[in-house]
Design a protein around this ligand. Sequence first.
Ligand code: HEC
Length: 171
Amino acid sequence: MSRDQKFFDMYSLVIGVIAVVALIFFVVAMKISDLTQGVYTRDTAEFKAEVAERIRPVGQVYLPGEEHQAAAPKVETTVEPEPVATALTGPQVYNAACNACHGTGAGGAPVVGDVDAWSARIAQGIDVLKDHAINGFSGEAMTPMLPKGGRPDLSDQEVSEAVEYMVSESQ
Ligand code: HEC
């Protein structure tokens, strides 16, 4: 065998091995990109929504009464946090709106911390107490419990938290 022939055989072998390795790399890379981009990115709802947003038509026709689709998500995010930010906690509501009567017993109001005055009321259940605090209640005391203690600006949630605080301090 001549030296040229020997060299040619070796050369072809090396080229062949490199070609096979390159093919393996190619197939593995395709598989990995299918798994990552295909499953975790291109098929996700977020990705599809973003594409839909980017390719949506510039002009849209709205009929009276129809919602403005494009602006809808932004409106939702700005509106939501507001009530949470301004809501008062139970003790804050109690001090601002309930303490005047329930701290002193004015008009026969059950004093917070007086376990005897509260035990029968607490026995009605927390939901009944919340209902009475929100909607008003007239029992055996000289004066009635006004709806929300006369503070209609408080939310039902705020009054409920004040009731929970009052009950927790009186048992
Ligand atoms: C103007 C006085 C006054 C204020 C202010 C007031 N209350 Fe009362 N509350 C009363 C009186 C009087 C009663 C007792 C009514 C009865 O038993 O006849 C009462 C009773 C209650 C009861 C017991 C109801 C039951 O079923 O026994 C709860 C709970 C209550 N108040 C919660 C509150 C909360 C919460 C606030 C503040 C948001 C508040 N009150 C503010 C006067 C007041």
